[in-house]
Design a protein around this ligand. Structure first.
Ligand SMILES: Nc1nc2c(c(=O)[nH]1)N=C([C@H](O)[C@H](O)COP(=O)(O)OP(=O)(O)OP(=O)(O)O)CN2
Length: 193
């Protein structure tokens, strides 16, 4: 069975090297909508794939990192990267171009890692991320599943190359959560008897 949770964020970017001139040469923003699809072969004690409430912790904070922020590509011009970081305190630097496709792949990889490192305590079994849809506009979206997210031909999948600005991290419930995720720390879901 599959469940779906919707998130929204406002973000600015430039997607270098794409065909559309407005997209590749001018900073512009989108009201993104992100759909996360979770799957499990059986239900937990509450007879759910995964309680929606549990998707409002780390997972929500990771997606919210991009809200009111600018997303930068680490291969962009160093002067542009420097200026953006100088004048805007909420930014995220990715090792891939910030197209809808790469947002979808990046979110998949982060959520996959979060789920793998989470101890689930309410009888959940094998909860995984099935796919991620990133709506860049009302008319265009990209969808990534496991085979896309881990496809090296689509770009590096090294999460340690993602940089969240200090202000983004300061607004997380746990400012160290990304470091801890990369370090392989286990996270434990809250338990309600
Ligand atoms: N496959 C992709 N194509 C484009 C992407 C992308 O991420 N993946 N991104 C862009 C731009 O960011 C652009 O701002 C969005 O493009 P577009 O859909 O053309 O935007 P419009 O608002 O003009 O769309 P409408 O057709 O008016 O709804 C470009 N392409």
């Amino acid at each position: 069975m599959i469940i779906r949770k919707l998130y929204k964020f406002e973000n600015a970017h430039i997607v270098r090297k794409c065909t559309s001139r407005r997209c590749s040469r001018s900073i512009h923003g989108h009201s993104y909508k992100v759909e996360l699809f979770f799957t499990a072969p059986s239900l937990d004690r509450g007879e759910m794939v995964y309680d929606f409430g549990l998707t409002k912790g780390m997972i929500k904070d990771f997606i919210d990192a991009f809200d009111h922020a600018i997303t930068l590509w680490s291969s962009d011009d160093p002067e542009y990267l420097r200026d953006m970081k100088k004048w805007s305190e909420r930014w995220v630097e990715l090792p891939v171009n910030p197209s809808a496709e790469q947002f979808a792949r990046t979110f998949f990889l982060i959520i996959d890692r979060v789920l793998q490192q989470t101890d689930m305590v309410n009888g959940e079994s094998d909860v995984t991320i099935d796919s991620v849809i990133v709506h860049e506009t009302d008319t265009g979206y990209a969808k990534a599943d496991h085979s896309d997210a881990y496809n090296e031909e689509m770009g590096t999948t090294d999460l340690s190359k993602i940089i969240f600005s200090d202000q983004v991290k300061a607004e997380w419930k746990n400012p160290k959560m990304f470091e801890e995720l990369l370090d392989g720390k286990r996270f434990v879901n809250p338990f309600v008897a």
